[in-house]
Design a protein around this ligand. Structure first.
Ligand SMILES: [Zn+2]
Length: 388
């Protein structure tokens, strides 16, 4: 008889792999693949398109038919550098009813429960299938989800309802904002600042784009949001610049200026429209720069794109989770998840997972034992539901 691990034993194992986004997640994927295989579950790997050190994984249990419930989690965690940890971040330490460790909350706790549920499901007589989808690179902009979803829909019978287990205190979360981020590189022209009319100061032209962000925030705030957008905090699209660098000396027009500019879109507004509007502004400023020195320019690099999760009208995933949890409160969140990608892929999607998002990414990150147990009860009830 092959050993069936408890959710806690699986969590201990997952946390022991230091799967920080910039490092490999393959040892974790190897372990999950082997553990599922030891229970006769065939798992499929989805290798990263360019980085051989990363892979996603998906699997299916139950009847080979469409309509599975999909449990979605990411395997990567945020770095620990510069954080004062009281315990080894890559070991689960239980203290005062809390499970400390990097990723316990975000989101290896849910991953452990999902892996556990897959194995339990394998030994139950399910009438509706269950699937698991484990991604990479979620923490660096949800970039692993879209290719993973595409790969799994080619190999597995298409699932219909996805539960994204990001920390929500096991509450049903039906929506979040979308987001996209750009690295903007202003390429100016250096002259002595006494002759600044003949140079192109990358910082000062960059300031025009940053001022545009300020204007958009004022404009957006003044709008009257629709019923869905009104449930978000704040109920408008925001444009934010969080990092900037540039320039060489106070008396030289800056040759370079780089800054990161991010949008967080309310679901009622089109991300494509916003990006088009931004690019039009970039073209306008670039034309002003080139009128002074033709070889100057602005380079844009898209760093990430996370589609919004739209609250669904009579959504299947929502109905399922509300039936199990008894949670009927309307709830949307401000953080992005892979849920928008699943919804774009044709799945009814909602967020429900153990733990408090306030704990995510923190030093001494923890998941309470009570939340982990609530997650296990949820999985047991889900399996009962799938057994019809
Ligand atoms: Zn997460």
């Amino acid at each position: 008889m092959v050993e069936r691990l408890s959710p806690r034993a699986i969590l201990d194992k997952l946390v022991s792999f230091p799967t920080v986004s910039h490092d490999t997640n393959l040892p974790l994927i190897d372990w999950v693949e082997g553990y599922l295989a030891s229970h006769g579950i065939e798992a499929f790997r989805h290798p990263h398109e360019t980085d051989p050190a990363k892979a996603g994984l998906f699997a299916h249990v139950g009847p080979k038919v469409e309509g599975a419930v999909v449990l979605s989690g990411h395997t990567d965690v945020v770095p620990i550098e510069g954080q004062p940890w009281s315990t080894d971040p890559f070991e689960v330490v239980e203290k005062d009813g809390k499970l400390f460790g990097r990723g316990t909350c975000d989101m290896k706790g849910f991953d452990a429960l999902a892996i556990w549920a897959m194995v339990e499901g394998q030994y139950r007589d399910l009438t509706r299938p269950l699937q698991i989808a484990l991604s990479y690179d979620e923490e660096i902009g949800c970039t692993g989800a879209a290719p993973l979803i595409e790969a799994m829909t080619k190999v597995l019978p298409k699932g219909s309802a996805t539960i994204v287990g990001e920390p929500s205190m096991m509450g049903a979360v039906t929506g979040h904002k979308g987001g996209t981020g750009f690295m903007v590189h202003m390429r100016g022209f250096e002259v002595h600042s006494s002759l600044m009319h003949t140079g192109v100061n990358a910082i000062m032209y960059g300031a025009k784009l940053i001022e545009w962000a300020n204007e958009m925030n004022v404009e957006n705030r003044a709008k009257t949001p629709d019923a869905v957008d009104a449930t978000f905090e704040p109920p408008w699209t925001t444009v934010h610049v969080g990092v900037i660098e540039g320039g060489t000396a106070h008396n030289i027009t800056a040759l370079d200026c780089r800054f990161g500019l991010d949008f967080r879109f309310v679901p009622g507004e089109s991300s494509d429209d916003w990006v088009a509007r931004f690019k039009a502004k970039v073209a306008e400023v670039e034309a002003e720069m080139q009128a002074v020195v033709p070889e100057t320019r602005i380079d844009l690099e898209e760093m990430f794109y996370v589609p919004a999760l739209m609250p669904e009208e009579a959504g299947e995933a929502e109905a399922l989770v509300r039936r199990i949890t008894g949670d009927n409160a309307p709830r949307v969140v401000s953080y992005g998840t892979e849920g928008g990608h699943f919804q774009d892929g044709g799945y009814s999607t909602l967020i429900c997972g153990p733990g408090d998002i306030a704990q995510a990414h923190q030093p001494d990150e923890f998941l309470t034992v009570a939340q982990f147990e609530a997650g296990e009860r949820f999985m047991r009830d889900l399996l009962t539901e799938l057994a019809g």
